[in-house]
Design a protein around this ligand. Structure first.
Ligand code: DX5
Ligand code: ZN
Length: 226
């Protein structure tokens, strides 16, 4: 059984109090933090940058899952690793030699993650399963927090879980207790959660409940698909 990992996404934190929000999330029981980087090109928005990763690295001791929603991730690997990113996740839709970038990240001693958008078929990431330390399934169209979960992603998780039984599988976008359980049933165990956690009246209580409910649900539906 894989360990449930809960990663609050700083995109939904109060931007005027980011360091305090990092400490609040870790005190509430988060296993790490997630930092969204957008270039206005791969996605139609801008967000956080390497200075926020560096701030979080100085502020808390947990891993910083850094999600590069950028067209040319190869230009930014060193910058984000120096800032403290680990894992560092790129998109399979990016314009780069995916294998080479994953290897470059691993070569720096950092976990390399590969992300796919909701409409991208799993076949796009299958050639890279041996080169990746994590597969991240987008369950919204990336670029904005607070969107509704796209359930069509669910069978894709089960598909990769069958192909790679031990690979960390994460999900990002529209995650709350109900959608986290649905993803856990299919074999996801890393949950990236923005709006739901940062707007919760009691983040610690939500993390306890998420951990309990996803642990119970993990893998419940993967066997049915064998
Ligand atoms: C979306 C980002 C997510 C975002 C999730 O493009 O990749 O990490 O913060 O936010 P919620 O949980 O609000 O959907
Ligand atoms: Zn993200």
């Amino acid at each position: 059984m894989s360990t449930i990992t809960i990663l609050p996404s700083l995109l939904a934190a109060d931007p005027g109090r980011l360091a305090e929000e990092c400490r609040r999330a870790v005190a509430a029981g988060a296993n790490g933090l997630h930092v969204d980087i957008m270039d206005g090109h791969l996605v139609a928005n801008l967000s956080l940058g390497p200075n926020v990763v560096a701030m979080a690295r100085r502020t808390v001791k947990v891993p910083l899952s850094t999600h590069l929603m950028v067209t040319h991730p190869q230009h930014f690997v060193d910058l984000f690793i120096q800032a403290g990113a680990n894992p560092l996740l790129i998109h399979v839709e990016a314009q780069c030699d995916v294998r080479a970038v994953l290897r470059a990240i691993r070569g720096r001693g950092v976990r390399a993650g590969l992300t796919l958008n909701p409409e991208t078929p799993v076949e796009a990431v299958v050639p890279f399963l041996d080169e990746a330390d994590e597969i991240l399934f987008m369950s919204v169209h990336p670029g904005l927090g607070g969107q509704a979960f796209i359930p069509q992603v669910l069978p894709k998780i089960a598909d990769i879980r069958r192909r790679a039984p031990n690979l960390p599988l994460s999900i990002d976008g529209g995650i709350n207790r109900a959608t986290a359980v649905q993803a856990a049933e299919q074999g996801a165990h890393v949950f990236i959660i923005g709006t739901f956690l940062f707007q919760a009246p009691d983040m610690a209580a939500e993390i306890v409940a998420l951990r309990r409910e996803t642990t119970a649900a993990y893998g419940r539906k993967t066997e049915a698909l064998e």
